[in-house]
Ligand binder design. Structure first.
Ligand SMILES: Cc1cc2nc3c(=O)[nH]c(=O)nc-3n(C[C@H](O)[C@H](O)[C@H](O)COP(=O)(O)OP(=O)(O)OC[C@H]3O[C@@H](n4cnc5c(N)ncnc54)[C@H](O)[C@@H]3O)c2cc1C
Length: 442
């Protein structure tokens, strides 16, 4: 097949957002008798899953302090459930285990989960939390300073590569063409509309461009000449100029125990564990104090990574950031000895079975870079008249449903669930509430 010079819809990026949009747009076009998958081209400079989606730890949760995020996540979880087998989705549930300084925030989350019919259980008080964790989940649970446990019965995690290929298969079955090894270098514009996508192999004229840009959000933002700093209205009503993009490094790793070692009291897959606590964290290697400030980790047994896989709070990357060596083979810039020490000690803090196991840490590349917006929440919006940008601020593997909503918007149906994520929320001062979590994505 020759290189295309024209397509009605060009989607850049074969990650979770690009592929979900491709498939759902094909379905929308078919259902509305407004075209078909044959009108859609997906291009990726690498391969399917070459970006963040191919390396995500795959956690799917509803636990967000921001109501708009919770509603969006509930929508996405419903999509994961629709084809759980095909996407490799494991609905094992998710737990947010917190200290007193987060108690009120998490109580709010639980309340709204109830209101929107998202099933969860909320345990309060030190004694009851410990009892719940030991009786229902892990008999060797021992984390300190925990005063609330939110147990989401839905959510869990999915096998990232499997879900991406499943979406790609579904899209191709509808006639979508997916071209890998095609790098986008710029856009041809006319009167503030994109008329063609420039690639190293030639220009492709189009009516719509859709981007699932992942950590490359800034490159596409720059290609479209969008502002490097943006005006944002604060709670005090004052306007401040903030840098549009900040890079955070997500630190993750795997402890090389057999995944079966990490099962729950019944020998089954436990929920994904996310714990934050202000209990002092001591080294499981030498007993030294690692931190006495709020810290957090997440983990799950994982047959794909071959052990207990998870991570800790990310950190901001200053200076020049190379997003390009991103990919399953090369994000080796993230794992530091400090992370390994902290994370393995934190596992031992939580469960006795991980004491003395730090030497089993698997020294493999893990983690990666995320491009974050000024308030660390996604932007889903049309820029330059016909350029739909899915800028997920690194929240996104779990958001498989966003592509379905974007597809509807492209065909003219505005979606309530996406409205809180428009670009003009910054200048309007309609920002999402900020929680007390040490993670920028909670
Ligand atoms: C270590 C890590 C763990 C994570 N864990 C989770 C998790 O557990 N749960 C969760 O929900 N989210 C998680 N995330 C976030 C999630 O992975 C991302 O938010 C999401 O995958 C972004 O999807 P995307 O489709 O926008 O981008 P990507 O998957 O990054 O896809 C973008 C694609 O664009 C292509 N591309 C880039 N530049 C060009 C160009 N110039 N021309 C053509 N193609 C180009 C790339 O090759 C890439 O394939 C994690 C992220 C990281 C880094």
């Amino acid at each position: 097949m020759s290189f295309p010079t024209e397509y009605k819809y060009v989607i850049i990026g074969a990650g979770i957002h690009g592929l979900s949009t491709a498939y759902h747009l094909a379905m929308e076009l078919k259902n509305k008798k407004a075209g078909s998958g044959k009108d859609i081209l997906v291009v990726d400079k690498g391969a399917i899953g070459a970006g963040a989606s191919g390396i995500a730890c795959g956690v799917i949760r509803n636990n967000y302090y921001q109501p708009a995020m919770r509603e969006l996540m509930a929508h996405s979880v419903a999509l994961w459930e629709e084809d759980a087998e095909g996407y490799g989705y494991h609905p094992v549930g998710y737990m947010q285990i917190s200290p007193e300084c987060m108690h009120a925030d998490v109580a709010d989350i639980y309340k709204q989960q109830n209101e929107i019919g998202y099933e969860s259980v909320f345990i309060e008080g030190k004694k009851d939390c410990l009892k719940y964790m030991r009786d229902k989940i892990f008999h060797d649970w021992q984390a300190k300073n925990i005063t609330s446990v939110l147990h989401e019965k839905k959510g869990g995690y999915a096998h990232n590569t499997r879900s991406l290929y499943r979406l790609a298969d579904k899209a191709e079955a509808e006639g979508v063409r997916i071209l890998t090894g095609v790098e986008v270098t710029g856009f041809v514009t006319d009167n503030n509309a994109v008329t063609a996508v420039e690639t190293r192999r030639g220009n492709i004229e189009c009516d719509w461009v859709i981007m699932g840009a992942g950590p490359w959000a800034k490159s596409f933002w720059d290609m479209l000449d969008l502002p490097k700093e943006i005006d944002t209205k604060g709670e005090d009503g004052k306007i401040r100029s903030l840098p549009m993009w900040t890079y955070w490094c997500l630190v993750e790793g795997t402890l090389g125990v057999p995944p079966d070692y990490a099962m729950n009291n019944e020998g089954k897959m436990p929920p994904v564990i996310h714990i934050d606590t202000d209990a002092p964290l001591y080294s499981s290697e030498d007993g030294s104090l690692i931190t006495n400030e709020l810290w957090g980790i997440y983990y799950k047994p994982d047959f794909n990574f071959g052990g207990v896989q998870g991570g800790a709070a990310p950190y901001i990357v200053e200076g020049d950031v190379k997003v390009d060596p991103y990919g399953i083979d090369s994000p080796d810039f993230t794992v530091t000895p400090e992370f390994v020490h902290m994370w393995t000690s934190a596992l031992a803090h939580c469960q006795k079975r991980y004491e003395g196991k730090h030497h089993l840490y698997k020294n493999e590349p893990s983690g990666g870079i995320g491009a974050f917006t000024p308030d660390n929440f996604p932007i889903f919006d049309v820029m330059k008249q016909n350029c739909y940008m899915i800028l997920d601020s690194n929240h996104g593997y779990k958001m498989i449903g966003v592509g379905k909503l974007v597809a509807k918007e492209i065909l003219g149906e505005q979606q309530e669930l996406l409205k809180p994520f428009r670009f003009d929320r910054y200048i309007r001062g309609e920002l999402h509430p900020v929680s007390n979590s040490p993670f920028p994505w909670s």
